[in-house]
Design a protein around this ligand. Structure first.
Ligand code: HEC
Ligand code: HEC
Ligand code: HEC
Ligand code: HEC
Ligand code: HEC
Length: 630
């Protein structure tokens, strides 16, 4: 098995060659254009990367590809760069991407590995064609088809894959790094193989020529007795889609979306509302609770009063004080009527029998006494106003509704407010660095950051409902907020929030300071031309509705460069929303550009075309890279 280091190094070296060779192309509003976030690694038209590490996508069975995309996004298959890239994409878009690659018919490259000795190849051939009854290993052909070119709709072919890739995949199944929907037959098969078997079968498979225009067969051969022992999942089932509003409690369902309850209360790839999502805090990790109506593990035995106490006072049914990773510092403003609607809605959902996970907090933060002190200092429950949840009684209904949604249910300030050393919102208008992955949530009070004071209410509403407008694109944690929450805002609520956000007091923006005159930016300029200009334009002008302009873009100019660095390292798509179901994507550069190169290209972008902002240092890149590379 190739070492971990090699796995990362080889691709970095080869990739730089392959990507810089891509010539500038005319823009087309197609799936091919959207797939450019993928083809940097997976090769033109998904025909496989040049080094054999990045697997082919073209022509593979569509349901298989779709299942893999779900698995990367939801954590059943581990590869961090893909997981980050797919994190904002919904099932429908993933299906469209899978269909796109599946329909491509491009020839395979000739197999080019030097085969090991004949004994090993003979052993590999026997396993693939006949299996090994002594170890209860079925023949690979039983499922992968007589010709090993796969079976529609969900079994991939095994020919044309490099030996290292097959090796790594079988190893991943044995160690749990790769999995698929249960029952996972390949996990069973891989665990019956020895290291020698894996070595032999992967070398034999990769030494076989691929028939020209190989396609998956339409039927599996009749199963033998051993293959019958190993059950595979059928991928025809529809994935659990996000909670829909087609429910007996539409009001509660709407409120749950705006409060983003499902996002925090669902583990990655887990059942909705069963809890278990890890939330990073400066004091350790807090796990969200099961709030499905399960009587043992969830809120099945709670009364609406108990539920209200949790939201309003931050206390569990048994009196335990709750950690403010649960944003009750904002939810305390939720009205009793809305709390009851939320509770009624949660009770219509299926019970999830998943036990709560213990928090992993450092002493003394792990104690209830510390929490009691914290609450004395930083939390007081809002006065209970049964109907409106009024904060500032201005007499303007629309303004009050906006304030309620921003400060209460929408808990915008939980991220956008600065926090003090004890993790409490300090009330200052500075913006905050989020704990964990260090995204920066810019201040809503500063026009050089995230203030929308100068935007029209329509622009603000469009940003919240679709994930972007001509002025900004939501990224990282903000795209989660929009994808799971604000995209569902009614027009009236979106306008109310916009009105309130525009009224927030403003701090004077700082004076923008660029790099000193005469600084040599040519290295960054060259990198930009090679890697970025194709999408963002030679003048940083971008392309309407596809690629954001970088000239004059305040997200590019903001003093704190954390978000820029995240974007270049991880790439990403804007969130899929009803208003923008197939966003364009940016490829990740974490493997392709080193810290120095990313610093150079970002410093250039921040000081070209009339932009002026401080240089980005190699050190800045390194710090964020370490927070995310697996
Ligand atoms: C940074 C490089 C990189 C990028 C960008 C990337 N991938 Fe991948 N992809 C990989 C690697 C490496 C693997 C194999 C991972 C493993 O070891 O399981 C993989 C595996 C896959 C697989 C599974 C293939 C199989 O036969 O099982 C699919 C499907 C896939 N990628 C689709 C995509 C799509 C779609 C995109 C764009 C949205 C994309 N990838 C972007 C590197 C990348
Ligand atoms: C009982 C059916 C079954 C048998 C037998 C079987 N496979 Fe598989 N195999 C599958 C299924 C189903 C998948 C797709 C799994 C997924 O969704 O990730 C798969 C996927 C794979 C993959 C991943 C391909 C890729 O592009 O990432 C490899 C490698 C593989 N099998 C190797 C083997 C080998 C080698 C054998 C014989 C020793 C074998 N399989 C026998 C059902 C089977
Ligand atoms: C930012 C993440 C986050 C969001 C958003 C969130 N929660 Fe939570 N919630 C948590 C965490 C973490 C806990 C566990 C706190 C603890 O155990 O101290 C929790 C606990 C709870 C509890 C107490 C459960 C118990 O067993 O004591 C209830 C009830 C609850 N949340 C309801 C909701 C509702 C309703 C919403 C949406 C309006 C929501 N949460 C949104 C993170 C979140
Ligand atoms: C989980 C943390 C989090 C929450 C909750 C959150 N935001 Fe954000 N927000 C961010 C981050 C991080 C950014 C910076 C990335 C970006 O520009 O999208 C951001 C950016 C923004 C921007 C600036 C967009 C731009 O590029 O100019 C606006 C406006 C905004 N948020 C509004 C809101 C509103 C309104 C709410 C409440 C409904 C909210 N946010 C809730 C994290 C959050
Ligand atoms: C294949 C097209 C493509 C290429 C090549 C590309 N980008 Fe992007 N870029 C995008 C898309 C699409 C987005 C918006 C997606 C998102 O929000 O994550 C984006 C977003 C950005 C943003 C964030 C802008 C904002 O408003 O928040 C920055 C900064 C950026 N790109 C810089 C770069 C740099 C630097 C390079 C070259 C190293 C580059 N991009 C290469 C497509 C591309």
């Amino acid at each position: 098995m190739i070492s971990r280091l090699l796995r990362w190094l080889i691709p970095v070296l080869l990739l730089s060659v392959c990507i810089s060779a891509q010539a500038a192309r005319a823009f087309e509003d197609t799936m091919a254009q959207r797939a450019r976030a993928c083809t940097g690694c997976h090769g033109e038209q998904g025909r496989a990367g040049p080094d054999g590490y990045y697997p082919r996508l073209a022509g593979k069975p569509a349901a298989y590809l779709y299942q893999q995309l779900l698995s990367f996004r939801d954590g059943r298959r581990q590869y961090a760069p893909m997981a980050a890239l797919l994190s904002n994409l919904d099932d429908n878009y993933l299906r469209a991407i899978a269909d796109y690659f599946s329909a491509l018919s491009v020839p395979y490259a000739a197999a080019k590995t030097a085969p090991p000795n004949a004994t090993i190849l003979g052993h590999g051939r026997k396993l693939a064609m006949e299996g090994n009854p002594a170890q209860r290993v079925p023949a690979c052909t039983q499922c992968h088809g007589d010709k090993l070119t796969g079976v529609n709709p969900d079994i991939p072919g095994l020919l044309g894959l490099p030996p290292d890739y097959i090796n790594a995949q079988l190893g991943n199944w044995r160690t749990g790094r790769r999995g698929t929907a249960a029952p996972d037959c390949m996990a069973a098969v891989a665990k019956r193989l020895t290291e020698t078997d894996i070595h032999a079968v992967s070398h034999w498979l990769s030494s076989q020529p691929v028939p020209l225009h190989a396609r998956a067969a339409d039927q599996k051969p009749p199963p033998g007795p051993i293959a019958l022992e190993v059950q595979c999942a059928a991928f025809t089932r529809v994935e659990a889609s996000p909670v829909t509003l087609a429910t007996a409690e539409p009001r509660g369902a709407y409120l749950a979306r705006l409060g983003n309850c499902a996002h925090c209360h669902t583990a990655r790839g887990g059942m909705p509302y069963a809890g278990g999502r890890a939330i990073d805090t400066p004091f350790g990790v807090v796990f969200s609770s099961n709030i499905s109506p399960d009587p043992l593990h969830g809120i099945g035995t709670w009364s609406s009063e108990d539920f209200w106490r949790a939201l309003h006072h931050g206390e569990s049914k048994d009196g335990r004080l709750l950690y403010p990773a649960f944003p009750y510092t904002s939810f305390t403003h939720i009205s009793r009527a809305d709390s009851d609607a939320l509770f009624a809605y949660l009770n219509t959902l299926p019970a999830q029998p998943r036990a709560n996970q213990a928090h992993a907090l450092r002493w003394p933060f792990s104690t209830q006494i510390a929490l009691r002190v914290w609450r004395l200092l930083f939390f007081s429950a809002a006065p209970a106003t049964a109907e409106s949840g009024n904060l500032t009684p201005t007499g303007n209904q629309q303004f009050q509704r906006g304030e309620y949604l921003v400060q209460g249910l929408g808990h915008c300030m939980e991220c956008h407010g600065a926090r003090n050393g004890l993790g409490a919102l300090s009330g200052s208008a500075l913006g905050g660095v989020l704990s964990g992955d260090a995204w920066f949530a810019p201040s809503l009070h500063d026009t050089a950051q995230a203030s929308v004071a100068t935007w029209s209410v329509e622009d603000i509403a469009r940003f919240l409902q679709t994930g972007g407008n001509e002025k900004a694109i939501a990224q990282g944690p903000m795209s989660d907020v929009i994808q799971h929450g604000t995209q569902f805002l009614t027009d009236a609520d979106a306008l109310a929030m916009a009105l309130y956000l525009k009224s927030l007091p403003q701090t004077p923006p700082p004076v923008a300071r660029g790099v000193p005159a005469g600084t040599n930016l040519s290295a960054g300029a060259k990198l930009y031309e090679t890697h970025c200009a194709d999408c963002h334009g030679l003048q940083g002008q971008g392309r309407a509705k596809a690629y954001p302009a970088l000239a004059g873009n305040r997200a590019v100019l903001m003093a704190k460069s954390n978000n820029l660095i995240h974007t270049v390292l991880q790439g990403g798509f804007a969130a899929t929303t009803q208003g923008n179901p197939r966003p364009f994507g940016m490829p990740p550069f974490m493997l392709q550009l080193n810290d120095r190169q990313i610093a150079d290209v970002l410093t250039y972008v921040r000081n070209a075309w009339g932009n002026h902002a401080a240089a980005v240092s190699e050190f800045d890149i390194n710090a964020l890279r370490r927070s995310q590379t697996p």
